[in-house]
Design a protein around this ligand. Structure first.
Ligand code: F6R
Length: 255
């Protein structure tokens, strides 16, 4: 695992965007796994800037998002479809047919999940999977406990996750859908590279558990340590609960 600690959240987001851009320019037909949430907002802002100012080309890129709420249509402002269109897709030259998110409105959710796995497989697998980390230690919506061989499936969200995500739902955790479709931990681990980004003091304790604690289905983000090509980018605030020993392993970058 490569651990990089940046002084500020802005430089951490910029570095994550640069890592994504580097995979995009080194693959003829890049396949990106994407995440949503507050952490990623600045990353997508930077990718849009790279497209507009430096011509970063999305025309050959295929994307697969990690997750979507069950019961929210794509045009609902609180859905992850809407988030991705709003922050990234409508600003860049990506082909709509190359964009994939699980459909939380599908009538047969199991079939939707199986088709999603199949589509990832048909695209040749994911070159780089971007990940955030939730308060429960989830990656995607893999709430504890999520065995490391889980595949794309329908899950029940942890109450803590519904609280974490309540802001988009008028601050009421009970208005956050109780179920979501998510790639499994096993699906995520099959990506060729992983890139986890965490920002802010609120993430410090769960980041330390994921990086320094047991590798366990109780903290699904700990699974990334089993992957041979995994980068973790933190800002100083989210790295603040790490031990000195872990910090000695890290690259510190000054901008
Ligand atoms: C979202 C996702 C989640 C988030 C995590 C952190 O697609 O997969 O795992 O990355 O909940 O969310 P934020 O960034 O809002 O703290």
């Amino acid at each position: 695992m490569r651990l990089i600690i940046m002084p500020e959240s802005s430089s951490a987001m910029r570095l994550a965007a640069a890592e994504i851009a580097s995979v995009m320019t080194s693959c003829a037909s890049p396949v990106l796994g994407l995440a949503t949430g507050r952490t990623m907002e600045g990353v997508y802002g930077d990718l849009v800037r790279l497209h507009q100012k430096q011509g970063l080309d999305f025309s050959q890129t295929t994307t697969f998002n990690l997750d979507e709420y069950v019961g929210l249509p794509a045009d609902d402002r609180r859905s992850y479809h809407y988030y991705m269109n709003d922050l990234l897709f409508r600003h860049v030259n990506i082909s709509p047919e190359n964009v994939h998110l699980p459909d939380g409105m599908a009538t047969d959710l199991s079939q939707e999940c199986a088709a999603y796995e199949q589509a990832i497989h048909q695209a040749g697998g994911i070159d780089l999977q971007l990940l955030g980390i939730g308060d429960t230690g989830h990656i995607g919506f893999n709430e504890p406990p999520s065995p490391f061989d889980t595949r794309t499936r329908c899950v029940t969200l942890n109450e803590r996750t519904r609280q974490q995500n309540a802001a988009m739902f008028g601050g009421d955790p009970h208005k956050v859908p109780s179920q979501a479709l998510t790639m499994g931990v096993g699906t995520i681990l099959e990506s060729k590279q992983l890139l986890l980004l965490a920002l802010g003091r609120a993430k410090a304790d769960i980041v330390a558990r994921a990086i320094e604690g047991d590798v366990t289905p109780q903290v699904s983000a700990s699974a990334i340590r089993l992957h041979g090509r995994c980068t973790v980018i933190l800002d100083e605030a989210s790295a603040s609960a790490l031990t000195e020993q872990t910090r000695r392993m890290a690259d510190f970058q000054t901008r």
